[in-house]
Design a protein around this ligand. Structure first.
Ligand SMILES: [Zn+2]
Length: 141
């Protein structure tokens, strides 16, 4: 890999009331399209549990997505979240009413997540395993 010269940004985890509500355990995730393996976002997940939605205020990159939190004020202004490469639908606009936070409701199975160290673009040195389509070959060992 020849990515040493690439401009990278090391992001820092946000610490706020949303983090404490979820008992800490914030971490970065790299998110990939499950259809074509295209990287589409650097995201901060707070707390344990499955990733069901992506809050706009937890998207760090790419800029186009990260800027949504300051550009839109209602879910009707939000686009659908789609893979930038193959166009697969990944999430749809929603409001998490309990906190009045805008988010994308993620479509189950449309994405793959990897733990990230918060560096963007991701310094991926190993190939992302490309799951075969049509089969249920998720490995969770
Ligand atoms: Zn894709």
């Amino acid at each position: 890999m020849n990515m040493a010269d690439q401009n990278t940004t090391q992001h820092s985890l946000k610490k706020d009331k949303y983090v404490s509500t979820r008992g800490g355990n914030s971490h970065f995730l790299d998110l990939f399209c499950s259809k074509c393996n295209q990287y589409f976002a650097l995201y901060q997940k707070d707390g344990h549990g499955r990733l069901l939605r992506m809050y706009l205020d937890r998207i760090f990159a790419p800029q186009e997505l990260a800027l949504l939190q300051s550009k839109v004020s209602s879910k009707s202004e939000m686009p659908n979240l789609k893979c930038p490469k193959c166009g697969a639908l990944i999430g749809t606009p929603m409001v998490y009413e309990a906190e009045r936070r805008l988010a994308f409701r993620l479509i189950h199975g449309s994405f793959v997540k990897r733990k990230s160290d918060g560096v963007y673009p991701p310094q991926q040195t190993q190939n992302i395993h490309n799951p075969k389509r049509g089969g249920n070959d998720e490995k969770r060992n």
